[in-house]
Design a protein around this ligand. Structure first.
Ligand code: SF4
Length: 374
């Protein structure tokens, strides 16, 4: 019967002692074939998984190619190198990149308009390449915020089979993220933000601070349009009426029976002209007890119906004052819905006795930005 070999066993036969490494005490080796400069203990592999420490010697791939390709040199990442020439490339197995294959599909990625789950990006992309262990799709029009804060086009989304342990990273104030223990995070233990390094998920501790990307453009120049933010909010308001719904129904039924407005008015203690007015409005569908309405714009200020004039400014520049107010809200703010006034919300900031300066700043900011007097 033919022997069945694992890929690892095949590779171990296609390996010899390498040259680009140094031997270290206690049988360890340091590979310097690439920038990772892996420190590899006896019996362990480097990040690329194809170089390993065997009894204090670094074993490396030899004697095969995994891919061979002849291309126009213009396809290669060279600049002004022999235009029109051909370039022969070959590759072996193993990869030292840290591709983001190692998140679950529900992990959010940051886009300029908010966080989006990787799976949503993947599902929306139609074009696909099926690989032996997954699928690659090519989303259109997706932008993401990179680790440097720059906005870049997202060109590919991967689905990849994985079986093994997951690390759960729980950043303070952010949702938990699950990833493979090998996934690298930019992190530091310096509260001042210095000394950022590349740390495996499995090596993160509660003392680490994580780098979270955010758009690199500043707040200056951003103007929030309140009508745009509130365009989907359509509260339903009660309309005060001097007649109950039952009384109105009674007027309409009496009219149907041929009773005059004078007789109905005399019975209800109302003027006949008022009875005719109610009847006319009911017939035109304009005698309602509640109304649903969106935001109203008056002289570049906005408010909802039933709210006192003048409302708040339609355009709000995201300046330093506003940004600090939002920061205070994240730290100390909350919103409470009133039972008696269902369309009213109370904005509450909670402070201790020693935080008088913050309280004054918030009061001043609310007056300045919204023209309200808390
Ligand atoms: S990733 Fe591989 S090639 Fe790179 S340093 Fe580590 S063992 Fe060497």
């Amino acid at each position: 019967m033919a022997e069945t070999l694992t890929l690892e066993q095949v590779l171990s036969r296609l390996a010899r002692e390498g040259e680009l490494y140094e031997r270290l005490p206690e049988g360890r080796v340091r590979c310097y074939a690439c920038g990772h400069r892996c420190l590899i203990l006896p019996g362990q592999k480097g990040i690329c998984k194809v170089r390993w420490n065997e009894d204090g010697r670094l074993m490396v791939p030899t004697g095969y190619v995994a891919a061979l390709q002849l291309d126009p040199i213009e396809k290669k990442p060279f600049f002004h190198a022999y235009p029109g020439a051909r370039a022969l490339s070959f590759g072996m197995l193993g990869c030292d990149l840290h591709c983001s294959y190692c998140f679950r599909g529900d992990t959010p990625v940051l886009t300029p308009t908010g966080a989006v789950a990787i799976k949503a990006v993947f599902d929306e992309a139609s074009e696909a390449i099926v690989t032996p262990d997954g699928e690659i799709r090519f989303p259109q029009g997706v932008q993401v915020i990179t680790a440097s804060g720059a906005v870049r086009r997202g060109t590919k989304a991967f689905s990849h089979a994985y079986r093994g342990p997951l690390s759960v990273i729980q950043p303070m104030y952010l949702p938990a993220i699950r990833c493979t223990p090998d996934h690298r995070w930019l992190a530091t233990t310096d509260p001042g933000g210095g000394g950022v390094e590349d740390v495996r998920a499995a090596d993160l501790t509660p003392n680490h601070f994580l780098l979270v990307p955010k758009p690199s453009f500043g707040g200056e120049g951003i103007i929030l349009d309140v009508t745009d933010l509130l365009k989907h909010v359509t509260p339903t308001f009660a309309i005060p009426r001097s007649l109950s719904e039952q009384e109105t129904r009674g007027i309409m039924e009496a009219s149907e029976r041929g009773e005059s407005s004078r007789a109905i008015g005399a019975r209800l203690g109302r003027d006949p002209s008022y009875i005719r007015h109610v009847r006319s409005k009911v017939r035109r569908g304009r005698w309602v007890y509640e109304k649903t309405h969106g935001i109203m714009i008056e002289e570049e200020r906005v408010r909802f119906p039933n709210e006192r004039r003048p409302g708040i400014p339609r355009f709000l520049p995201l300046d330093k004052t506003f940004a600090r107010l939002l920061g205070f809200y994240c730290a100390e703010g909350s919103v409470i819905r009133s039972k008696n006034r269902p369309n009213s919300l109370d904005l509450v900031f909670s402070f201790g006795h020693s935080e008088e300066a913050a309280r004054k700043e918030i009061k001043h900011s609310l007056q300045l930005l919204f023209g309200v007097h808390p």
